[in-house]
Design a protein around this ligand. Structure first.
Ligand code: PLP
Length: 449
């Protein structure tokens, strides 16, 4: 693309004058102006092109501007651009069918929302109404969205400012061997002790007060901690034992990200409710939802579900979902994520870890990987402190700048960089990004001791 610096300056000026950005101190940010995007790349108005190893916010699972999805949205806009939720609409019916065919077990009813956070809100509401119980148990080191309940169940610093409305939310520790809360030395110990901790938490909270346990199948933003074998099955057992609704949040891990349609498939677990968004249509039009089990759907068979949205199952968003799911099936996108994750990304990241002292741990699956950056491999002290800002965060900022200078757009959260490219990225693109990552890690290495 030709550089168009004046056009970029105008986009930026209007942004700075009028756009209020998420999670930011408005006067301290400098949002880059994006001129266009295609496939795994985007570019700015100065002619700089970036390979997007963040998939936006981990949602462009089929990359930018996939021609079939763009055409499907255009076609739907020409046919029926919008319609109210209380009608049966072709695009909505078809999207629900395609999703329900892929969700695990008997999660065959789909409630559509506008995104992930409202999907979590509704899943929690359904669980509370289904059980008649008030509490929700969720994990530290998690993210479930920015609305009130979703941010309350979140286990990261974004929750703190909204904790005034967190009645009924109890946090527990999920397994994470590298930074074990359980003094565990093996995955088996971590799994066993994390389950024991969860059962004790349930006992002390009072099983008859707990409506739901919500977990990201694989926690995403919090660090891509793949749970040890048996953990999610163990949580499923505890939920059955105490009559608790098991909610899996697949907003980030779902729709091909892990090399399966849903991360739950990696562990052969079936939750009672499953939330999704992002990859369902690669974010081309906002869409999320809750997949609902037979049993919970029956609760609202003769009794009205007290919840809804003007745009539930918006035709444009659903047409984008239908096209995305069909593209993913036709082009083998899920298989691509599994194969290149196992054959290319995983081995390359492990090799980087051997050479770069700043890499404390590599973990992940499919197109869903995290590098834990540390000051010291022995002590595992993070490269920057938890929730660091400003000067304290300088080493991660330097790493990010080094990646961008090499044409790689990284995903960075606290002391981690996540490798989360589109699920249909090619081997050549992945190798290009991994080479840039290699160079950027040398900058992180300078901050080790
Ligand atoms: N749940 C998980 C696991 C997420 O990763 C996110 C967003 O990153 C959300 C929920 C919230 O989704 P949204 O930003 O679409 O509201």
């Amino acid at each position: 693309a030709q550089p168009r610096p004046e056009a970029g300056a105008a986009v930026k000026a209007a942004d700075r004058a009028h756009v209020f950005h998420s999670w930011s101190a408005q006067e301290l940010i400098d949002p880059p102006a994006v001129a266009g995007a295609e496939g795994s790349y985007f570019w700015d108005y100065d002619g700089r092109r970036f390979l997007d190893f963040s998939s936006g916010l981990v949602f462009t699972n089929i990359g930018y501007q996939h021609p079939k999805v763009v055409a499907a949205v255009q076609e739907q806009a020409g046919k029926l651009a919008t319609f109210a939720p209380a009608f049966a609409v072709e695009a909505r019916s078809e999207a629900a069918r395609l999703i329900a065919e892929r969700t695990p077990g008997d999660l065959d009813k789909i409630f559509f929302t506008n995104g992930g956070a409202d999907a979590v809100e509704h899943a929690i509401r359904m669980a509370r109404l289904h059980t008649g119980r008030p509490k929700v148990l969720s994990a530290y080191r998690s993210y479930h969205g920015g609305t009130q309940q979703a941010v309350n169940v979140t286990g990261d610093p974004r929750r703190w400012a909204s904790d005034n409305g967190s009645a009924g939310v109890v946090h527990f520790w999920a397994p994470f061997l590298y930074r074990s809360r359980f003094y565990a030395e093996t995955e088996e110990q971590e799994c066993e002790r994390a389950l024991e901790h969860l059962e004790t938490t349930i006992a002390f909270e009072g099983p008859s007060t707990v409506a739901a346990i919500i977990l990201e199948t694989i926690p995403g933003t919090a660090g891509i901690m793949v749970p040890p074998p048996g953990y999610l099955a163990g949580v499923r057992e505890l939920c059955d034992k105490y009559g608790i609704v098991f909610v899996l949040d697949e907003v980030m891990a779902g729709f091909g990200r892990t090399g399966e349609w849903f991360a739950a498939d990696l562990f052969n677990v079936v939750p009672d409710l499953m939330t999704f968004a992002k990859g369902v249509n690669s974010g081309y039009v906002p869409l999320g939802g809750v997949a609902i089990s037979q049993r919970i759907a029956e609760t609202f068979g003769k009794r009205a579900y007290p919840g809804g949205l003007t745009y539930s199952g918006h035709p444009l968003a659903c047409a984008a979902a239908v096209a995305t799911i069909n593209v993913m099936a036709e082009e083998g996108v899920v298989e691509n994520a599994a194969r290149l994750g196992a054959d290319v990304v995983g081995p390359a990241l492990r090799e980087l870890a051997e050479r770069h002292p700043s890499v404390g741990e590599v973990r992940g699956v499919g197109m869903f990987w995290a590098l834990e950056l540390v000051k010291n491999r022995e002590t595992r002290e993070p490269l920057v402190p938890y929730n660091a800002a400003g000067e304290a965060n300088a080493p991660m900022a330097a790493f990010g700048a080094a990646a961008k200078a090499r044409g790689l757009w990284p995903f960075i959260n606290m002391n981690r960089t996540h490798v989360v490219p589109p699920c249909n990225a090619s081997e050549a693109e992945l190798k290009e990004g991994l080479a840039a990552l290699d160079a950027a890690l040398s900058v992180a290495d300078e901050h080790t001791e």
